[in-house]
Ligand binder design. Structure first.
Ligand SMILES: NC(=O)c1ccc[n+]([C@@H]2O[C@H](COP(=O)([O-])OP(=O)(O)OC[C@H]3O[C@@H](n4cnc5c(N)ncnc54)[C@H](OP(=O)(O)O)[C@@H]3O)[C@@H](O)[C@H]2O)c1
Length: 332
């Protein structure tokens, strides 16, 4: 098996700081050590993959590299008897696609501690519509509910709503009976956002242009934010007493410049989300929720499919903030 070749999306540093990608052939022997070799059927595109493909050294230090922080397929061989040959599995996060060759190739080899069995009731492709974006939305919901949020608490704001994490959060919250207010920079996508469960769609400019005051009129019972910066600040300032705000992303900014008044006068909780290093048992729990009571509606309209050859323009769109929904990558 180690002599076999496979197709992969390969990013190379062709001159210092200059990166180029192509679909090429790699040898299985070039994969890192690990006890589970997986034939990848589907992957998905996440913001971190776009950064890796553009040479962001905070994500990937060594090139040539195959990104892809998500992968789903079947076990080819394994040194762990929990994963027999042919078992259908999912890998999301940990180091996959960062400095470990990722899901944009027909094979990955990873430690068994990163691997989750595909739950009953979920198709391989479906798992990649969720992918890390769905995992992140699921972890956000889990933490919000552990902090007391219920569908009766009031309106929930989702920022970056047309993006991967955002649309999965909208669909998941709506499925769970929450009133979702979707904030987007693409007002033309309000039809899409309503169709996956948003009650109301607002232009993100409304949040960006909120007055910079210590606190604003209480509006949100909870928030799932994936953009950071001014939008996250405005969301925290307008969260209702004892409400919670999850924070996972920084597409707008990594800054958070505000006074502490919402925390000490309204008891607001900011809940950090770090999907990739989430313990495998928690990831397993989230996958089982997605196969059961959290199974989202409208996955067909959320997940658009592309091939390895079609990835480059999708990455380009993502880097320009243009992505809509989830991109599922058909690998083999
Ligand atoms: N911490 C974690 O565990 C974790 C896990 C997954 C992702 N993330 C992070 O979450 C973020 C989103 O990831 P993703 O995969 O969902 O990316 P994505 O699909 O590209 O979605 C990002 C969305 O953010 C909005 N946006 C883009 N540029 C913006 C700007 N300048 N200001 C405000 N909003 C902007 C856009 O939605 P609208 O046009 O609808 O506003 C865009 O579609 C990234 O920073 C990613 O690294 C973190």
């Amino acid at each position: 098996m180690d002599k076999k070749n496979f197709r992969a999306f390969i990013v190379s540093e062709i001159a210092q700081g200059v990166f180029q990608s192509r679909v090429g052939i790699r040898g299985i022997e070039s994969l890192p050590a690990g006890d589970v070799l997986i034939r990848v059927r589907y992957s998905s595109l996440n913001y971190k993959d776009a950064l890796s493909a553009r040479g962001h050294k905070g994500v990937t230090k060594r090139y040539p590299h195959t990104p892809g922080i998500d992968a789903a397929g079947e076990v080819v061989c394994s040194g762990d008897n929990r994963f027999a040959e042919g078992t259908r599995v999912i890998v999301t996060g940990f180091d996959l696609g960062m400095n470990t060759s990722g899901g944009f190739g027909e094979y990955i080899r990873v430690p068994s501690q990163w691997v989750v069995k595909l739950p009953d009731g979920m198709a391989v492709r479906e798992s990649m519509v969720y992918g890390t974006a769905g995992m992140t939305a699921g972890l956000s919901l889990m933490k919000l509910e552990r902090n007391g949020l219920t569908p009766n608490s009031g309106d929930i704001l989702v920022t970056g709503a047309s993006g991967g994490v955002g649309c999965m959060a909208v669909a998941l919250l709506a499925k769970r009976g929450y009133r979702v207010i979707a904030a987007t920079g693409k007002p033309e996508q309000s039809g899409f956002l309503h169709s996956i469960g948003a009650i109301e769609v607002i232009d993100r400019k409304e949040l960006e242009q909120m007055p910079v005051r210590a606190m604003l009129r209480e509006r949100w019972a909870g928030v799932i934010d994936s953009v950071g910066g001014r939008i996250l600040e405005a969301a925290i300032r307008a969260t209702k007493r004892e409400g919670s705000v999850t924070c996972c992303g920084l597409v707008a900014s990594h800054d958070l410049k505000m006074e502490i008044y919402p925390f000490i006068l309204r008891g607001i909780n900011v809940l950090g989300i770090s999907a990739n290093q989430t313990p495998i048992a928690v990831k397993e729990w989230i996958w089982h929720q997605f196969a059961g009571q959290w199974k989202c509606n409208f996955l067909d309209s959320i997940g658009k499919e592309c091939s390895l050859e079609q990835l480059e323009p999708c990455i380009d769109g993502m880097m320009r903030g243009k992505s809509i929904g989830r991109t599922v990558v058909k690998v083999s």
